[in-house]
Design a binder for this molecule. Structure first.
Ligand code: PEP
Ligand code: MN
Length: 458
């Protein structure tokens, strides 16, 4: 991540009148005392006094890269937990996630010959929208778990009561996570040659190694060739790695909005890239109003029922000046639906002249409950949605700009299939997610090899 220390001034009165307080924010917890109760006021005051987690200049750098990707000159890789937890913000867990994303990026980059923009669903992804406000077990009904930003997953009244002071812990955990991210991606750990060694190790140790060995050998030869020619660019040694999360808890995001001292413009300094979920993208809602006021690059999830009119109205509201790199549409249609639902959207937006980055989230349209009661996804469905995404873009002559994946660097058993053929029975052994099922390390890498082939043939 590039380091610069522009930004910020949190006391500006400009901020107080920036957002429209009368708009409804969907998917907010029932905070004790309401969203303007004493506890929330204290949390917001604490957050407003804290330094930025990311810098406005970094957000602008990312926006420029997104503009390149939207124009077909880069590929986007975004991945991480569905829901981060305070307990899993350990050095090992963070390192394994970064490592997984870097390994995937190396494979994708080699086969596409495009720069890969590396983005973690990380250092801020602590809040979840839920279909039901309440959860019932037996004859006990309690508030649903909405992520560590809001309450605790344990099923007791005390644990499930929303607690605004958790928002300050979100900030602190995100700061600690970002500190490691910056160290890992600047300090030699991310060296491309090192990443290639990891990929070779993965192939050696996995049962389905041979299939990918040839691909890895090719990358190895390219690296040796450059080494023999004395090429040793700085870009091999460090990478830009960006932090992203769903901007869901509106008080948190507003409290971390600052005026950039360079430009006098507002930025949400809780993460480089923030997105609005499928359930909170109402045109007249508080989330869209919020995103329209900050200058970060913005993602918007689009589900199978989204229309061209929805997409164009969101563009008009969020990017009236057609700023390059501002808008990323993250489509999550489902493997069985994408080939029917995506073409009209891409065609309509392209015809309007708007330049957006199209990213495929092959996770959220492919969730189901296994016979033994686990929320899961099939690796084959995930892969098939990405395949459909590439097919649609190929037909329309548009750029399949990237993928958005729920993953972890650990050997969990949460999604079915993949080379190691995780079965329904296997889900019982390491099902650790706090929310949606994630691809494990090996499934993630396997996906990257398969997507790399699609990128080569695009
Ligand atoms: C998510 O990304 O975890 C999520 C809830 O997605 P969506 O808004 O697409 O349902
Ligand atoms: Mn999810």
């Amino acid at each position: 991540m590039p380091m610069n220390t522009d930004t910020v001034n949190s006391s500006s009165s400009q901020l107080d009148s920036l957002f429209n307080p009368s708009l409804v924010a969907a998917q907010q917890p029932n905070w004790p005392g309401g969203h303007d109760g004493e506890q929330m006021k204290r949390a917001v005051a604490d957050l407003r006094a804290l330094p930025p987690l990311v810098f406005a200049g970094e957000c602008d750098d990312l926006k420029a890269k997104i503009a390149d990707a939207a124009a077909g000159r880069a590929f986007w890789l975004q991945g991480g937990d569905c829901a981060e937890t305070f307990n899993s913000a350990t050095a090992d867990s963070i390192r394994n996630r970064i490592k997984t994303i870097l390994q995937m990026a190396a494979v994708l980059q080699y086969y596409s010959s495009l720069p890969v923009i590396k983005v973690g669903r990380m250092a801020g992804q602590f809040a979840k929208p839920r279909s039901n406000d309440l959860e019932t077990r037996g004859d006990v009904t309690l508030p649903a778990y909405r992520g560590d930003a809001v309450n605790d997953i344990e099923f007791t009244e005390a644990a499930r009561t929303p607690d605004p002071s958790r928002l300050v812990r979100v900030y602190n955990t995100s700061a600690a996570t970002l500190n490691l991210v910056r160290a890992f991606t600047r300090g030699g750990f991310a060296d491309l040659r090192q990443v290639h060694e990891w990929n070779k190790g993965f192939i050696r140790d996995s049962q389905f190694g041979e299939k990918y060995e040839q691909m890895a050998n090719e990358i190895g030869r390219a690296l040796s060739f450059m080494q023999s020619a004395g090429v040793d660019p700085e870009q091999f040694k460090a990478v830009d790695f960006y932090a992203s999360h769903e901007a869901l808890i509106i008080e948190y995001e507003k409290a971390l909005t600052r005026i950039d001292s360079r430009t006098q413009l507002p930025y949400d300094v809780s993460g480089h890239f923030i997105w609005i979920g499928e359930r909170t993208r109402q045109l007249d809602g508080a989330h869209v109003d919020f995103a329209s006021k900050v200058r970060n690059p913005i993602g918007i999830k689009l589900g199978p029922k989204s229309t061209v009119e929805d997409a164009l109205a969101l563009i008009a509201k969020l990017n009236p000046d057609n700023e390059p790199g501002r808008i990323t549409f993250i489509t999550r249609m489902g493997a069985g639906t994408i080939r029917q639902a995506l073409p009209a959207l891409v065609e309509g937006v392209t015809k309007s002249g708007a330049q957006v980055l199209w990213v495929c989230d092959p996770m959220h349209g492919n969730t189901f409950e296994s016979k033994n009661g686990y929320k899961t996804r099939n690796f084959e469905d995930v892969l098939d949605e990405v395949r459909g995404f590439f097919e649609v873009h190929k037909k329309l002559g548009t750029h399949p700009g990237g993928i958005h994946i729920e993953l972890t660097g650990d050997d969990v058993t949460e999604c079915l299939g993949g080379g190691n053929q995780i079965s329904e029975k296997d889900l019982e052994s390491r099902y650790e997610t706090a929310c949606d099922p994630r691809l494990n390390h090996s499934q993630s890498l396997e996906l990257s090899f398969l997507v790399a082939e699609m990128l080569r043939d695009r």
